[in-house]
Design a protein around this ligand. Sequence first.
Ligand SMILES: NC(=O)c1ccc[n+]([C@@H]2O[C@H](COP(=O)([O-])OP(=O)(O)OC[C@H]3O[C@@H](n4cnc5c(N)ncnc54)[C@H](OP(=O)(O)O)[C@@H]3O)[C@@H](O)[C@H]2O)c1
Length: 308
Amino acid sequence: MHRWTTADIPPQPGKLALVTGANSGVGFHAALELARAGAQVILGCRNFDKAAAARQRILAQVPAAQLEPAALDLASLASIRAFAQAFLAQQRILDLLVNNAGVMALPTRQLTADGFELQIGTNHLGHFALTGLLLPAILTAPAARIVTVSSIAHRGGSIRFDDLNWTHDYQPWPAYRQTKLANLYFAFELDRRLRATHPNVASIAVHPGVANTNLFASGPGQKKNLEGLLVPFFISIIGQSEQQGALPTLYGATSPEARSGHFYGPHGFREMRGYPVEVRAEAQAYDEVAAARLWNLSEELTGVRYQF
Ligand SMILES: NC(=O)c1ccc[n+]([C@@H]2O[C@H](COP(=O)([O-])OP(=O)(O)OC[C@H]3O[C@@H](n4cnc5c(N)ncnc54)[C@H](OP(=O)(O)O)[C@@H]3O)[C@@H](O)[C@H]2O)c1
C-alpha cells in the first residue's frame, strides 16, 4: 500500500480554499499544508482574532503563505450569511471548501444563535447553509471540491427527524453521532445533486480516525466526572497526531485519486489511525431517501435553498 502523505499533495498555486475551524486540530493542519502547497487559504474561524492568530502560526512555518483570516461562526446563520455575502460581493471563485469545524458530545444541551442544538447546528446545519450560500462561487470553478469531515462516530448514529434539536432527552454522544451521520448524508446527497448538472464539482467525505485534538477536552472533557477526566487522557494515548489526522482531509482536498461521492479515512485498525484510503461508511449512510429528507429539513431550518 502506498502511504499517502503531505509529500504527495500536488502543487496548488492559483487555488482558493476556505477551511472552517482552521485555528485548531485537523482544520489548522489542513490549512497549513494547503498553504504550503501554494493555495491561497481563507481561515474561517469562530472570530477574527482566532483566525489572525492561526495566520501567524502558519506564517511562522510557511513565510510565503497566502492567508486570509475571516470571522465565520458556524453557530450563527447571521455570521455565515455575512461571510458569504462579503465573499460573493468580491466575485471570486472558490476552488475548495473544507467543511471541518465541529464540536463533540457537549455534556449539556447548548444552543446556537438560531436556537439549534449546538452540535447539529454547528457540525451540519452551519455547513449546509455555508455551502449553499457559497455555491455560486463554487459552481463556476473549473474543478472544485467540497470536502466534508465526518467521523467513525457516524456508525450507530441516527437522525431524530422528529426532534433534530434534542428538545427532549438530550444525550451528548447520540447527539454527536447524529451530526456525523448528517455530514455523510449531506456529502453523498450533494454529490448526487451535483452529478446531474455540475460534474466539475466534487463532494467528498472524509474522517480523521482518532486524532489527539482539542475536540475531546472541549467536549466530553468538560464533564465533571470520571468520563471528563478519562476521555481526553485515553485519547492522548491512543490518538494519532493532529498532522496525521489531517491527512484524509488533505487527500480528499487534493489527491487526483479522490472521487466525488466517496469516503476516505485512515487505513489502520478500525480506521482509527494510519494513512488515507477509501473507506466504506455504515450502510445507512447511503440511504438516499433519508438523505433527501434531511436535505429538505435542512433547507427549511436554515432558510438556505440550493440553486444548482
Ligand atoms: N479528533 C478526532 O479524533 C476526530 C474524529 C472524528 C471526526 N473529527 C472531526 O474533525 C473535525 C475537526 O475537529 P478536531 O478534531 O480538529 O477538533 P478541534 O481541534 O477542537 O477543532 C475544531 C475546530 O472547529 C472550530 N469550531 C467549533 N465551533 C465552531 C463555530 N461555531 N464556528 C467556527 N468554528 C468552530 C473550533 O474552533 P474553537 O477553537 O474556537 O473552538 C476548532 O477550530 C470535526 O468536524 C470533528 O467532528 C475529529
